[in-house]
Write a protein that binds this ligand. Structure first.
Ligand code: NAP
Ligand code: MG
Length: 398
């Protein structure tokens, strides 16, 4: 059988530690034997980021703008310990942060649902996709400790010197204050990314804020979503048979717990931070989670939701056996290949991506899995495989 041909290259962003090892195993065992794989390769491993003064990260994001679809391996975000471990010239920024800032998008995360790994919430039958706004609010705040009585005010000065003031509080004792912001541009692109993604995966979109209490700040989020929906998406949603549903955040949380899943939940930055950890742990594991950055311009970057699994890598370096779950990294590849196929009208490539996903799920459902899943599965007597055996088992099924 001939290999599947590709017309446009994928942007391939290699990474660090255990996920870098899995990356190569996945390519060798699951992709290269079947696909005439065309990629434009960028090595985002920490050593090469250091050698290129992080230019490679910027180049890889620009390549994503050129070709439209990227697949990214997990990468180290350097901290003090990494500075000495890798003898770094600088504490380079998080590659994900750099790429997100350049592509301007929203991160969508969804659990990979497998029989035998049941969510703790028993009525959740279908995945819940979380869409987190990745700019502003409390993540770009300014705070102050108030240590004696006085008056706190919110002051805005326009470029031509006009001042607006609002009283925050008259302090009779000590306390704390905080200022935060967002921009209409960022909220608009967040809204469009969510509406587009809902149309693409044909699922309802939920959005919630606390607009009853925050009558200007949160209300602006609500209004921008509604306005864009009415103007640009209402008809398209109707045609597609899906709904846009807005409610208050506390009501949304209560409804999510009682829902059966199968929708996208758009969250403001902080809500998304908190709720994505709740949803992912309730569904089982970070290694069973897809993650894709969707830009409003239509660029896609697929990755795993977890990190480089450092602890397993150190065992691997000592020659010890590891049982690291490669599912999220495999799904990053299938997501990217499927999207590439869709954009290029390459049905064979799309079908291959579907088959590889099915082979991965079937392998687990047949009771063969890595250790992290064996610990939580309801399948009796699961067979625990090491990192490589698991990938080879998927290859057999494929
Ligand atoms: P991590 O790599 O996600 O791993 C934390 C722990 O979760 C692991 O020690 C392991 O638990 C478990 N785990 C995560 N992924 C797993 C998998 N695929 N299979 C089996 N178990 C898995 O987080 P971290 O150790 O905090 O971070 C390591 C590095 O990753 C850091 O340098 C950080 O900067 C980077 N990071 C990168 C990204 C990204 O590129 N998107 C995201 C997060 C973190 P056990 O040890 O108990 O088996
Ligand atoms: Mg968090």
């Amino acid at each position: 059988m001939g290999k599947i041909k590709m017309t446009t290259p994928l942007v391939e962003m290699d990474g660090d530690e255990m996920t870098r090892i899995l990356w190569k195993m996945i390519k060798d065992n699951l992709l290269l034997p079947y696909i005439d794989l065309k990629t434009e390769y960028y090595d985002l491993g920490l050593e090469n980021r250091n050698d290129t003064n992080d230019q490679v990260t910027i180049d890889s994001a620009n390549a994503t703008k050129k070709y439209g679809v990227a697949v990214k391996c997990a990468t180290i975000t350097p901290n003090a310990a990494r500075m000495s471990e890798y003898n770094l010239k600088e504490m380079w920024k998080s590659p994900n942060g750099t790429i997100r800032a350049m592509l301007d998008g929203t991160v969508f995360r969804a659990p990979i649902v497998v029989k035998g790994i049941e969510p703790c919430v028993k009525n959740w039958k279908k995945p819940i996709t979380l869409a987190r706004h990745a700019y502003g609010d409390v993540y770009k705040n300014t705070e102050m400790i108030i240590d004696k009585p006085g008056k706190a005010e919110l002051v805005y000065t326009t470029e031509d010197g006009v001042e607006k003031r609002e009283l925050i509080h008259e302090f009779s004792g000590t306390g704390i204050i905080q200022g935060m912001h967002n921009t209409d541009d960022s909220i608009e692109s967040f809204a469009r990314s969510c509406f587009n993604y809902a149309l693409e995966i044909k699922q309802d979109l939920w959005f919630a804020t606390k607009d009853t209490i925050s009558k200007k700040y949160d209300h602006t989020f609500k209004d921008i979503f509604q306005e864009i929906y009415n103007k640009e998406y209402k008809e398209k949603f109707k045609k597609c048979g899906i709904k846009y549903f807005y409610t208050l955040i506390d009501d949304a949380v209560a409804r999510v717990m009682k829902a059966e899943g199968g929708f996208i939940w758009a969250c403001k930055n902080y809500d998304g931070d908190v709720m994505s950890d709740m949803v992912s742990s309730a569904f089982g594991s970070l290694a069973m989670m897809t993650s894709v950055l969707v830009s409003p311009k239509g660029y896609y970057e697929y990755e795993a939701a977890h990190g480089t699994v450092q602890r397993h890598y150190y065992k691997y370096l000592k020659g010890e056996e590891t049982s690291t779950n490669s599912v999220a990294t495999i799904f990053a590849w299938t997501g990217a290949l499927h999207k590439r196929g869709e954009l290029d009208g390459n049905t064979e490539l799309m079908e291959f991506a579907n088959r590889l996903e099915k082979a991965t799920v079937d392998t687990i459902e047949s009771g063969k899995m890595t250790k992290d899943l064996a610990l939580i599965t309801s399948i009796p007597n699961p067979k625990v495989l090491n990192s490589e055996e698991f990938i080879q088992e998927i290859a057999k099924v494929l």
